[in-house]
Write a protein that binds this ligand. Structure first.
Ligand code: FEO
Length: 171
């Protein structure tokens, strides 16, 4: 049996990950409307990854006999961004926030000597490092090339090539 606090946090994380998917789909929607299909593709795939994360938490709870309660997913809070860069930066801020959530669950698992959940979360700790690096890299590229039309075209083409792949963690 999972500790009640740990199970509750894991359950909440399902909602947070689906919200992340919703937020990134909104980003994709923003870029699609601007004709930047590569950026739109990049965030659409990001949304798919977030949905996968949600399902991993869902499956982990089921595999451990814990009750899952699904809650409403909030409206994406991206608002009306004043620039493309603002969207990219909001993406990095969001990943930093999610890293904090994962660390919080890890801390609760550690406190309760829940080694199984700690091992499950190890994948997410690594994943968050990659997510932050990807978001940071995107901002750096945009800073370097985004103000030049040819540079933006090339960057958009690069992002159009991002392909979806299923998570390496299988439960
Ligand atoms: Fe599910 Fe982008 O963290």
């Amino acid at each position: 049996m999972l500790n009640e606090t740990v199970a509750c946090l894991l359950n909440e994380q399902i909602n947070k990950e689906f919200y992340s998917a919703y937020l990134y789909l909104d980003f994709s929607n923003y870029f699609a409307a601007k004709g930047l299909n590569g950026f739109a593709n990049w965030y659409k795939i990001q949304a798919q990854e977030e949905r996968d994360h949600a399902m991993l938490f869902y499956q982990y709870l089921h595999n451990n006999g814990a009750k899952v309660t699904l809650d409403a997913i909030a409206k994406p809070d991206g608002g009306e961004p004043d620039s493309d860069m603002a969207v990219l930066k909001a993406g990095l801020d969001h990943e930093l926030y999610v890293t904090g959530l994962i660390n919080g669950i890890y801390a609760a698992a550690y406190e309760n000597k829940d080694f199984r959940t700690m091992q499950f979360l190890d994948w997410f700790v690594k994943e968050q490092g990659e997510e932050e690096a990807n978001a940071t890299d995107l901002i750096a590229k945009m800073e370097l090339f985004g103000s030049d039309p040819k540079g933006l075209y090339m960057l958009n083409s690069e992002l159009a090539a991002r392909a979806y792949s299923a998570p390496s963690l299988v439960l």
